[in-house]
Every structure is written in structure tokens, then in C-alpha cells.
Design a protein around this ligand. Structure first.
Ligand code: MG
Ligand code: FE
Length: 173
């Protein structure tokens, strides 16, 4: 290997840090959503459930980083790209509209699915089968959440539209 070569394990560690930052962002988003949605009980309970999964995922990633000799405290800040994406999600949430929140959640889950797809391949290439196993468990939770959000988007939309059409009824959250 020449001096400028980078081993798969280094990229894996780097991408795990990105994923950890992503999960911290997910946790903040889901927490914000869980505090609202009082008129959308199904969506609320699924969000609360995924908040629990997200905390577990963050802890698992911390375990992977520790095993790789890195540490969650040295986790670099969210990359520019992720930050920009997060800001757009937060902007959608700030509009206090449940439909946009559910859409943003669906998009976010797919970014997570893409990230863990990359991590599974990188962990496999680096020979880190423990990290691979963790990411395979996590990606199932992300896919299930994405699927749930999509399946319930029509119901969320119609609940929003009917609440919105009634005078004096809060529709947004
Ligand atoms: Mg996640
Ligand atoms: Fe997720």
C-alpha cells in the first residue's frame, strides 16, 4: 500500500461517525414530532416506537466505533451535506404541518437506508462482521419505518384535510 492509500476500515470508521451524527439528528427530529401529533395517535405511537429504536441504533453505533478504536466523543460534526439535508427537514417540521413531517420522515428513513447499505458493504469488505450484523439489524428497522410512513401517508393526509376543513379544529399537529 502506498502512503496515500486508505484502508476500507478507515472509511468504515468515518462512515460510522456520519451515521452516528445522522442518528443524533433523527433522535432530535423524532423527539420534536413525538411532542406534537396529539390528533394523530397512530402516527404518534409509531414515532415514539421509532424514537426508541433510534436510541438503540445510536448506542449500537457507539459500540461499533469503540470496537474500531474510535470514540463517540470524537465523532466529527455532521458533514455539510447531511447538515443541509437536516435543515430542510427541520424547516419542513417548523411549518407545523403533519403531512410535511410525515413526508420528511419518509425521506429521512431512505437516507438512513442508503447509509446502512453502504455500511454493510464497507463492514463486509473490512472484515468487521460484528458491525455488518449491527447494520443489518438497523436497516430492517429503517425499512419498516419507511414502509409504515408510506402506507399511512394517505390516512394522515385525509385526517389532515378533514380536520383542516372544519372551523376551529387544529389540523397541523
Ligand atoms: Mg435510524
Ligand atoms: Fe430511522
Amino acid at each position: 500500500m502506498t502512503d496515500d492509500a486508505i484502508a476500507p476500515r478507515e472509511h468504515l470508521t468515518d462512515w460510522l461517525r456520519d451515521a452516528h451524527a445522522m442518528e443524533q439528528q433523527a433522535e432530535a427530529m423524532l423527539k420534536a414530532m413525538a411532542q406534537r401529533l396529539e390528533h394523530y395517535p397512530d402516527l404518534h405511537s409509531r414515532v415514539v416506537e421509532h424514537l426508541g429504536e433510534t436510541r438503540w441504533q445510536r448506542e449500537q453505533l457507539e459500540g461499533c466505533l469503540t470496537r474500531l478504536g474510535s470514540s463517540p466523543s470524537t465523532v466529527k460534526d455532521i458533514t455539510g451535506k447531511l447538515m443541509a439535508f437536516g435543515e430542510s427537514v427541520v424547516a419542513m417540521m417548523a411549518s407545523d404541518e403533519v403531512v410535511k413531517g410525515a413526508m420528511a420522515g419518509y425521506v429521512f428513513e431512505h437516507m438512513e437506508i442508503a447509509s446502512y447499505t453502504v455500511l454493510i458493504k464497507a463492514a463486509d469488505t473490512a472484515g468487521d462482521l460484528q458491525t455488518k450484523g449491527v447494520c443489518e439489524q438497523i436497516i430492517k428497522q429503517e425499512a419498516a419505518m419507511a414502509e409504515w410512513l408510506l402506507q399511512h401517508l394517505p390516512a394522515t393526509t385525509s385526517n389532515f384535510l378533514s380536520r383542516s376543513a372544519r372551523p376551529g379544529v387544529e389540523a397541523k399537529v
